[in-house]
Structure formats: structure tokens, C-alpha cells
Design a binder for this molecule. Structure first.
Ligand code: BTN
Length: 329
């Protein structure tokens, strides 16, 4: 774990006061921050959008924090051991957090490294699609993992991430999300989040996996209506309230780490059971586009490996490894 910076210690102290005054001498004596450092960091925080009041004899108090996914907002009360506890690479704007995470993974970045951005200019989705990433609206993050598993097991990480994201969204907002195979999060058929997993293997072991997730958190209708090939939604649209992105991000990291550890220590069975409970497709009539060919049928099951079992009208079962699925009503 990285030791917190002075700025992080100061912000944590102000936040822990929950809107009450925090005397300057308490900050200095108990938190070990000099008067000069307190005043310098408070000025900087104000410039970044934190509303902090200062009053002689009373001290300082945090009135409002901006909605950002800055590292110090993420680290605040983060309950993980690894993910988000080491390097957090933060961008106000970048091309794609997955591309940035891959570069760092190639250079040897450790498991748990988190790359996060307020905005992506070239956010990538599956099958070469773009991921609309307006500034300060969604959650755009990528995690580096280095599990000692075979490449054949890697698709499980995508399913596991979908379970973690669904549980985090439900716990944080109450929005009833479902998982659509393999990795979309939907609300009433509208896409809320997507996952892009990229992997590098060496011989018969995984070297690294970059797990990217985009969640339409406070994304406005105007940004989503421009997406042509899919109906999309955001948590703001669903709840009518702007959500605290850092809080949802923290919850996701905790859920992800718990699922990841369960997978590595106990196996995949319990995660798959949770995936199926969240899934919107078992027993449904679907059409799956696999490299331009459409297969129609009813979803019989999803195997332990993540493979979809599709039963056609003649009762023949086809195993589908990857594709684009549409539920047919
Ligand atoms: C999909 O549903 O097609 C996957 C979308 C994945 C989007 C996320 S946003 C953060 C990360 N960086 C990217 O460029 N893509 C993923």
C-alpha cells in the first residue's frame, strides 16, 4: 500500500469531520501537517472545485466535494487489499484507459494497478466499437490483473467482472440491472455498462489481463441518444439523481476483488451461480451474431468456461464462444 500524500491526509481529515469545523491546530498536531501545507493545499483544493470554508478561531470545513474520480476520492475508505491500493493512474482526459493500462502492463505494472479517466477521446468497446465517454459523466476504468491461470480460463474474468459490477450498481443505487451474455449490464434492455477484457499470454499461462469497464453513471440522454446500434441508459436517467461516481467505483473495486479472490482460491462455481442469477438470458429466445452469421435458438445454459449453449428448433445444441446476442421477444 502506498503511504497517503499530505493532500490525501488533509482531505481525509476534512471528510471525516462530515461538514463540521476542523480546527487548524488539530490538523497540525494530530495529522502532522504544517500550517503552511494546510493553507497551500486548501487553496489548491478550492481551485479544483472543493468548497472549503475557513474561519479564524474555528478552522476549516468541507462543505461540498466535486464529483471526480481522482485518486484521493477513490482511496477514501477503500476496503480492498490490492486493487486500487497501489498505483492509481489518473487522467482528466486520455485516449482509452485500456490502451493506457496495456502500455503499463507491458512495462511490468503490478497487479492491482488502476487506470481511470474523467474522459476518453478514443474509448473502445468490443468488436471495434467506440465507447462514448463524455467528461465527468461516466466511470471509465481499467484494472491490471496477473492471475496464474491458463488462457482458457480467462473468459471467466469477464463474467466475474460483470457479477461484481452488477452487485456494485444494485448495492449503490438499487437499479435492477441484469447481465446479458457475455458482459453487458442492461436495465430493461437498455445498456448501462460494458466490459472489455484484453489479455496477453506467455506459453500456456496468462501474463496479464487488462479489464476495462465503462459505466454510464451521470451520462446525459443527449450523449447516449447519439449511439445508433444500441439503446443505452445511465444511472442518472434511471434514478433521476446524479450519483457519486467515486463511491460506486470503490464499491465496484471491493466487489471485484472479492470475486477475484473467490475465483482464485475456491474456483468459479459460486461466481457462475451468481452470474446466472443476474443473467437475463437463460431460457430466452435469442439471436447471436457470430462473425456475420446469425444463430437463432433458446439459451440452454452457460458453461463453466463462459461458453453459451444455444438450442435450435431441431433440438440441436451449439456451443458459442463469442458473439453479439439479441433477446428476441
Ligand atoms: C463493450 O460493451 O463493448 C465494452 C465497453 C468497454 C468500455 C470501457 S471504458 C474504460 C475502458 N477503456 C476503454 O477504452 N474501454 C473500456
Amino acid at each position: 500500500m502506498k503511504p497517503p500524500s499530505t493532500r490525501e491526509v488533509l482531505l481525509a481529515a476534512l471528510k471525516s469531520a462530515r461538514g463540521r469545523w476542523m480546527p487548524g491546530d488539530v490538523l497540525c498536531a494530530e495529522r502532522g501537517i504544517s500550517r503552511a501545507a494546510v493553507s497551500k493545499h486548501i487553496k489548491r483544493l478550492r481551485r479544483e472545485g472543493y468548497a472549503i470554508e475557513s474561519f479564524a478561531g474555528k478552522g476549516h470545513r468541507l462543505v461540498k466535494a466535486p464529483d471526480t474520480v481522482r485518486p484521493e476520492e477513490i482511496r477514501q475508505d477503500l476496503g480492498t487489499r490490492v486493487f486500487g491500493q497501489g498505483d492509481i493512474v489518473y487522467f482528466t482526459e486520455t485516449d482509452s484507459t485500456n490502451s493506457q493500462a496495456r502500455q503499463r502492463a507491458e512495462a511490468g505494472a503490478a497487479e492491482g494497478t488502476l487506470v481511470v479517466a474523467e474522459c476518453q477521446t478514443a474509448g473502445r468497446g468490443r468488436r471495434g466499437r467506440a465507447w462514448v465517454s463524455p467528461e465527468g459523466a461516466g466511470i471509465y476504468l481499467s484494472l491490471i490483473a496477473r492471475p496464474r491461470i491458463s488462457p482458457a480460463e480467462a473468459p471467466r474474468l469477464t463474467l466475474l467482472t460483470a457479477v461484481a459490477a452488477a452487485d456494485a450498481v444494485i448495492a449503490e443505487t438499487g437499479v435492477p440491472v441484469r447481465i446479458k451474455w457475455p458482459n453487458d449490464l442492461l436495465v430493461d434492455g437498455r445498456k448501462l455498462a460494458g466490459i472489455l477484457t484484453e489479455i496477453r499470454t506467455e506459453m500456456d499461462l496468462v501474463d496479464y489481463v487488462v479489464i476495462g469497464i465503462g459505466i454510464n453513471a451521470n451520462t446525459p440522454e443527449t450523449s447516449l441518444s447519439a449511439i445508433r446500434d444500441q439503446k443505452c441508459t445511465s444511472l442518472w436517467i434511471e434514478t433521476g439523481n446524479r450519483i457519486d461516481r467515486a463511491s460506486l467505483l470503490r464499491r465496484f473495486l471491493s466487489e471485484f476483488e472479492a470475486c477475484y479472490e473467490t475465483f482464485l482460491t475456491e474456483g468459479f462455481a459460486s461466481i457462475l451461480t451468481r452470474w446466472k442469477a443476474h443473467s437475463a438470458i437463460i431460457g430466452e429466445a435469442v439471436a447471436v451474431d457470430v462473425a456475420g452469421t446469425t444463430h437463432r435458438g433458446r439459451v440452454k445454459d452457460v458453461e463453466d468456461s463462459g461458453v453459451l449453449l444455444l438450442e435450435d428448433e431441431q433440438g440441436k445444441t451449439r456451443r458459442i464462444f463469442s458473439g453479439d446476442l439479441v433477446i428476441e421477444h
